[in-house]
Design a protein around this ligand. Structure first.
Ligand code: AMP
Ligand code: ZN
Length: 115
């Protein structure tokens, strides 16, 4: 855990989070500044900084994050209409929190153009 990392502190219970999922590997909580009616962040418990610092042996973790996002989309009732999964990486990629996370966004028609 990184003491200076907001997501590590949410995972540790030091900052409140509106959790929708927790297991031994991945947690998911609602974004504090949602851009749509469903905006959930899927976050590995391990402090991995970004896609850039992912190791080959962590590929399965990313796969499980995607499958968990699909399950949460179903739970939110947006799976049939569609949704967007976003992983920002680095400053030009728009990553603000340097702890790997995947956004699950849905509940309205999203812009066709990304970026
Ligand atoms: P990114 O720009 O991909 O790094 O996304 C970081 C996201 O974390 C933003 O959408 C923020 O609104 C969200 N965020 C920051 N602090 C919190 C918090 N304490 N609880 C929930 N979401 C947060
Ligand atoms: Zn962290």
């Amino acid at each position: 855990m990184s003491e200076s990392c907001v997501f590590c502190r949410i995972i540790a219970g030091e900052i409140p989070g509106d959790f929708v999922h927790r297991d031994e590997e991945i947690v998911a909580f609602r974004d504090i500044n949602p851009v749509a009616s469903t905006h959930i962040l899927l976050v590995p418990r391990d402090h991995i900084e970004s896609v850039q610092s992912l190791l080959p042996e962590q590929a399965d973790l990313v796969g499980r994050m995607v499958l968990r996002a699909r399950e949460l989309a179903e739970q939110e009732g947006i799976a049939d209409r569609g949704y967007r999964l976003v992983v920002n990486c680095g400053s030009e990629g728009g990553q603000i929190v340097p702890h790997l996370h995947m956004h699950l966004i849905g509940g309205r028609k999203l812009d066709d153009r990304i970026g």
